[in-house]
Design a binder for this molecule. Sequence first.
Ligand code: PLP
Length: 393
Amino acid sequence: MDFSEIKNIDKNFVLQTYGRTDLCMVKGDDIWVEDIKGTRYLDFFPGWAVSGVGHCNRHVVRRLKEQAEKILHVPNIYYNELQPILAKKIIEHSFSGKVFFANSGAEANEAAIKLSRKWGGKERYEIITMEKSFHGRTMATLSATGQEKVKKGFDPVLEGFRHVPYGDIRALEAAVSSRTCAVMLEPVQGEGGVNIPDRGYLEAVRKITEEKGILLIFDEVQTCMGRCGEMFAYKVFGVKPDLMTLAKSLGGGLPIGALVASEEYSEVLEAGSHASTFGGSPIVCAAALGVFEAIEQDGLLENVHKMGAYLLERLEHLSNETRGIRKIKALGLMVGVEMDMPDAVFLVEECRKEGLLINCTQKNILRLMPPITVRPEHIDIAYDKLKKVLERI
Ligand SMILES: *Cc1c(COP(=O)(O)O)cnc(C)c1O
């Protein structure tokens, strides 16, 4: 089928909820993707970090093939061979506690919200989240999200969420009341513009939540699996949450979400109180185990440190050589390039024309999140392409 035919069928039969780029991807190989016309692109934004260990990572594909020959789905009334193993793996890399499996970031956050409310009881139901945050598109998670554009048209949103400015510890302190059960935030804001907290902020948030006896939830849906230089971003800051949510990179391309509850809160959701039909199915767990295997066996955390430093150095060089870059924000391979113009969205299309895929968020922050398998030669190619584009503006 040719591309125009595919687009036509999409237009007629798929709800048009996405503003799609004029590309149909058919193949992926690590940092490269190929479209239906055979054009290859260097992917510095692989599915909002879903393909964080690269497209069709060999560890992921090998485990998927093996599992696909055995069984795909096992309902959660039975045990399956892989779900406990994956939970153990996540816990070994984070903090002692237990895991609930879902299918997406929003669903992982739903589980965190439900756990917090159940723990808080009738009187303590309020969750404080941050302005410019992003927690998902379901009714509860869009209510939690601190961005009006996500809520527009869906009033009344779920009650019990308050937003305070990210980074403002006084505002957070003032917002906590006897109704508060939890504070939820991203250790680095992704959709909000790659906002890296100032030193001491997360420690201060931890201190407040401890003093007030309320839960601290880290939404690590975008920052997990090595993106920021550690398996989970909270480790970079040395601040341990009570609940942590994961998705995106965790499945290596397959849909998965997870709520990690520390030991103290691991009994709040008891049998029958929460569920997900697809959650933790063996085929998806196989993929996630492949992601851990890739990170461990291929030394990818070390690679994030090296390539994060190299990418930052190249971007700083670029900012001296061309016009338009105001500021570079980077933690590991989570990178935002703040542009010196009110609207930089057109640069995404300009980069695409050069064969480089990136993203733009909050209108003027170019977002680069290459697979954590990225090599210096890929960064050099991206540099050349970005330079070409910026020299034109
Ligand atoms: C993408 C994202 C979500 C939502 O994940 P979905 O899988 O799209 O539901 C939630 N939180 C953060 C921080 C995200 O980046």
